[in-house]
Design a protein around this ligand. Structure first.
Ligand code: UDP
Length: 322
């Protein structure tokens, strides 16, 4: 396999950092870019002294010059609902200016361009499970619109650079993914539940917990992305685990895996929270030979050491502040 010089935007994020690890392990050189809006240097700490990795601390919304690259993985964006609602304008900007700027780099160097899109393109879906052919059901002005529409605009931009500018593009629609390096406090369901269970606090169920999600473990997700990059597919491809869980059952699974005695507590359901979500992964299966290997119970146990450390670190921080 050709050893490449690869740009990974959002390299200090959850997925960007795991992707960087896999690309380095495959013998490539990685230039990471991150403005640390939601990414964390701690996710890259283990790469200190790694000669094939460097990090540019900058915002991809401003044009920049990374030098010649063979591939670009555009992973940069706030992604948890709490974070993209806090950073609404920034989220729209990175999905627009950030995508234009990085596509221009791909065009200049004839580099492969893979964009991290999302199941949020389907909104609150009226079709179940969601295949790539479904156009979605998105509120263009609701609180989630800063993310959903940024990602939909980004898909249109990527397709346009493919059609009109000849860029070799890929679009991955990522469904809920979890694993170590999820930001412990970013409000997502798996991180919240694990932190709460390990602290012995109530698990916060938004609404009645009957809404569903399908959770993919991070190593499966990255494997899907790398396979997509190696394929010739320009149309969007869903990567996610098709096993669907209600949020209440997911909470019970977290209690079982952690052995926690925490209780479940109901809170208000956020506006426009999708009622259900499950990927149809027929395309990924047939075109990439991909399917997830890690099921929820195993994936949650693989997360425990990381979240146990995160709980301990938050206790240490509180004690040193107090
Ligand atoms: N959720 C919950 N309790 C939490 C956090 C999230 O019940 O503490 C629910 C949330 O309302 C949604 C689902 O879990 O229905 C997944 O939320 P998350 O923020 O992880 O991502 P989303 O899939 O909504 O983008």
């Amino acid at each position: 396999m050709k050893k490449m010089r690869i740009l990974v935007t959002g390299a200090a994020g959850f997925l960007g950092s795991h992707l960087t690890d896999v690309l380095l392990a495959d013998g490539h050189t990685v230039i990471g870019v991150d403005n640390l809006a939601t990414g964390r240097l701690a996710n890259l700490e283990h790469l200190q002294g790694e000669p094939h990795f460097s990090l540019l601390e900058r915002d991809i919304c401003q044009p920049f010059e990374p030098g010649q690259v063979d591939a670009i993985y555009n992973m940069a964006s706030p992604a948890s609902p709490a974070e993209y609602m806090r950073l609404g304008v920034e989220t729209l900007r990175v999905g627009a200016y950030g995508v234009f700027n990085t596509l221009d780099i791909a065009r200049r160097y004839r580099a492969l361009y893979l964009h991290a899109s999302t199941s949020e393109c389907y909104g609150d879906p009226e079709v179940h499970p969601q295949a790539e052919s479904y156009w979605g059901h998105v509120n263009p002005v609701g609180p989630r619109s800063v993310y959903d529409e940024a990602k939909r605009f980004a898909e249109a931009t990527v397709m346009a650079y493919h059609r009109y500018r000849g860029v070799n593009t890929r679009l991955v629609r990522i469904f809920n993914t979890y694993g170590p390096r999820l930001q412990p406090n970013d409000g997502r369901v798996i991180s919240n539940f694990l932190m709460q269970a390990l602290r012995g606090e109530d698990l916060t169920i938004y609404g009645d917990g009957s809404q569903t999600r399908s959770f993919c473990y991070v190593t499966d997700l990255i494997d899907g992305i790398v396979r997509l990059a190696a394929s010739d597919e320009h149309q969007p491809v869903n990567i996610g685990n098709p096993v669907e869980w209600t949020i209440a059952d997911c909470a019970r699974e977290v209690l079982a895996v952690t052995g926690s005695k925490s209780k479940l507590r109901s809170l208000t359901l956020p506006v426009d929270d999708p009622a259900r979500r499950r990927p149809d992964i027929t395309r990924a299966r047939t075109m990439l030979g991909w399917e997830p290997k890690v099921q929820l119970r195993e994936g949650l146990s693989l997360c425990i050491p990381y979240f146990t450390r995160a709980v301990q670190e938050s206790v240490d921080t509180q004690q040193s502040a107090g």
